[in-house]
Design a protein around this ligand. Structure first.
Ligand code: ATP
Length: 357
């Protein structure tokens, strides 16, 4: 097991592109950290710098307190699982899993024991004689994970390991990865652009955008205490509703609705005349009158009944928003819906910096 420390890491590619800016993070022993963000934000580049597959342009990378910038991938004792499983097609599942140990010249008996144990954890015992082409996508990914696991290294790196699987397989493998992590206790870094994977797997999530860390926190912190508009909009499905408005007489407009903020924000006077971004989550609204909440009455444009809940697409004049309500409360399309946004579910961000107020 291992602790990792990333201090002011930067990556500038040979073509001059600055892909990762001043990345700072300390990862505890056994922690499961997920890097999440839109395509091109620098997640894989950061992971590859940790793996030793990409040179670190500046900054320091420490494993167990020791500088590792100059160490090669093998010396860093990391195991990595890629999006493409990268299995050897002509080798059986057994040989694919055993490969790393065979290369190291480990004793046959030890290899046999470790392959059997790894295969058992991953439910591959009955497939050891098969070639990869005779396996499903999920099974292949399990072999790739097995090949990494068997090396018993302290650091486990995964780059979008589930992206080639269908939705159902992804859910199954996701819980398997969580179980494997519990069993092995390896320090794990997992890259994904899927916020559900990030929320369900992570002890801590690192949200990235354009090569910069936006926020580091537990899933709870990122959902309830987003530090800026980007994180607030990235975590949560459907995303948070936003309106960019100027504070006038202690109130803001939400389309044709007016929200008097004097009761909710004691510091509202300081925001007078300023542009702010107001946000609330679709699932945070209540349909019964509530104290210390803003009342809204909006037009219902469309509803989507999804089983236990319904997405309600509403308009307030020019302003659009989505509400998530219990499916038993699904309103009529083309009618109006009245709802309350509790004070604790209102978010305010600075219009210029987009940081939380
Ligand atoms: P994705 O989810 O699409 O894999 P990512 O967040 O992992 O995205 P990276 O692969 O780390 O993103 O790429 C970050 C940025 O660096 C991108 O804009 C990419 O085009 C650029 N980049 C990646 N590799 C190179 C390279 N070898 N030379 C120059 N630019 C590169």
């Amino acid at each position: 097991m291992a602790t990792l420390s990333l201090k002011n890491l930067n990556k500038i590619y040979p073509n001059g592109f600055h892909a990762v800016h001043n990345f700072n993070l300390d990862i505890e022993e056994g922690e499961f950290v997920v890097f999440v963000g839109p395509s091109g934000c620098g997640k894989s580049t950061t992971l590859r710098m940790i793996a030793g597959l990409e040179e670190i342009s500046s900054g320091e990378f420490l494993i167990n307190g020791e500088r590792a910038n100059e160490k090669g991938p093998r010396e860093r004792e990391v195991a990595m699982v890629f999006q493409s499983y990268a299995l050897y097609p002509q080798m059986t599942v057994y040989d694919n899993i055993a490969f790393g140990l065979t290369l190291q010249g480990v004793d046959e008996d030890v290899i046999e024991e470790r392959v059997q144990k790894t295969a058992k954890i991953l439910g591959l015992t009955d497939y050891l004689d098969r070639l990869p082409r005779a396996l499903s996508g999920g099974q292949r990914q399990r072999v790739a994970i097995g090949r990494a696991l068997i090396r018993k290294v302290g650091i486990f790196l995964m780059d979008e390991p589930l992206s080639n699987l269908d939705a159902k397989q992804r859910v199954t493998m996701r819980s398997e990865i969580a179980q494997i992590h519990q069993e092995t206790g390896s320090t794990t870094i997992y890259v994904t652009h899927d916020q559900t994977e990030a929320m369900t797997l992570a002890d801590r999530i690192v949200v990235m955008k354009d090569g910069y860390i936006q926020q580091v926190g537990t899933p709870y912190e990122l959902y309830f205490k987003p530090e800026n508009v980007f994180v607030a909009g990235f975590i949560g499905e459907p995303p948070m509703n936003f309106a960019r408005e100027t504070v006038e007489n202690g109130a803001i407009a939400f389309g044709d609705q007016r929200i008097d903020l004097t009761a909710f924000r004691p510091d509202i006077a300081a925001m007078e005349g300023k542009e702010i971004v107001f946000g609330f989550r679709p699932e945070a609204v209540v349909l019964q009158e509530k104290e210390n909440a803003a009342r809204m009455e909006c037009q219902v444009e469309l509803t989507e009944m999804l089983g236990d809940y319904t997405n309600v697409y509403i308009t307030a004049g020019e302003q659009h928003a989505i509400l998530k309500v219990d499916s038993h409360d699904t309103p009529e399309t083309d009618g109006t819906i009245t709802f309350w946004i509790p004070a604790e579910s209102m978010y305010f961000f600075d219009g210029a910096t987009e940081k939380v107020l």
